[in-house]
Ligand binder design. Sequence first.
Ligand code: UD1
Ligand code: CA
Length: 461
Amino acid sequence: MNLHIIILAAGKGLRMVSELPKVLHKLAGKPLLQHVIETAKRLNPNKIHVVYGNGGTLLPEQFSQYDVEWIHQPEQLGTADAVRHALPSIPDIAKVLILYGDVPLISVATLEELVDASQEGLCLLMSEVDDPTGLGRIIRDAKDEVIGIVEEKDATLEQREINEIYSGILSTTANQLKKWLPKIEKQNQQKEFYLTDVVRLAVKDKLPILDFCPYYAWEIMGINNRSELAVAERIFQINQAEQLMKKGVTFFDPERFDLRGELDVGQDVTIDVNVIIEGKVKIGSGCTIEAGSIIRNAEIGDHVHIKAFSHLEDVKIENECQIGPFARLRPGTELATGARIGNFVEVKNTKLGVNSKANHLTYLGDATIGDHVNIGAGTITCNYDGINKHTTIIGDYAFIGSNTELVAPLTIGPYATIGAGSTITKDAPPHQLTLTRGVQKSIEGWKRPDKKVSDKKVSHL
Ligand code: UD1
Ligand code: CA
């Protein structure tokens, strides 16, 4: 099938009250228009044409990685005018599907059905809604055939009672559109060229008009303001949670989960409330993610336990690791099997070996740490001299005592022990105890200072 998809996205979206064009506002971390373009792509069209206008070149710039044709509509004279600009680059024999950049929840399944059905006639996607305010109403004749769409501003009081509405999405042939569009005039309240006038013209041409409903009513929801955006976000999120539950994920509350990206997940993963997953994340089987954790771009193995309020970004975690609560794993963190990171530990660009642990109040930056290493509480790798970053290397089975500063560049040998409270500035040899602490002494006869008594009386007046 020769299919061309036109996405209308030139409008400003005044009701968003924003500097940003409406279709660049995000749903689940992705601009509205990106959702529509990606859905359109999944229909395998010959070409996608995006009509843009408001926001200048912002749209083509932001979506430069997509293979779409950008059609500039200089003035927003209405939906028919927008389509008219796209038509010259579409062959007559093509089937055309019209989508809106601000209707992001539309599904591939619904669109496939709509496109397959429209042979010669006009296929309209419509739905019955509780509150039709602001939308085009479907007009039917005595035989219940669709004969027109009337915009709310042009509707009579009686027509406004109709709660069957037009979604804005239609499918027909390029040939028909090319015949109809020049006939559309702007004799209406808004002085706009209405694409919905094609219904009247199709009736005149005695062409069949097919009406279709989406699989789910919410698919055709248009986003006009931030309140609708928030509603759409929740619908999108609960749908994602449903998909994940089918793959064997347990949510303590699927309504308190946010996925802004892609999650590839094994079975028997348990996710507590208010977990946020962003970017590209892989979580293996049998993992537990406790409440309030944020995970962005991560590869996590099996049976990993991420305790509450941990923050992970650009990390690689192997099987059986334990993280948190209150841990911060920054980009370049790699934990080998069984490693543990405890509370108030920050790790950056650091590899921690098999079964090694840093359980309390520690900063590990630019370090390579071997297997079975114990990093005591309050250890700091001093990796930054104010200008350059330096590396710390710690061998297998080393033991770093609490409250140690490791001033990089530095190597701690395998099986080395560092005495607590040391500031280590030179390499420490393997198997030995290294410490920099002063010798402990006690001063006999030492007295605590007395409280000073002032000569003057202190006045509070
Ligand atoms: C349109 C339909 C209405 C339908 C509703 C569904 C018309 C005349 N009316 O009304 O029947 O119920 O959608 O949401 O079509 N756009 C352009 N260029 C323009 C005008 C609009 O690209 O000159 C784009 C907008 O960016 C938007 C879409 O077309 O993505 C719809 O435009 P909008 O003005 O929101 O149409 P509605 O009044 O909502
Ligand atoms: Ca609209």
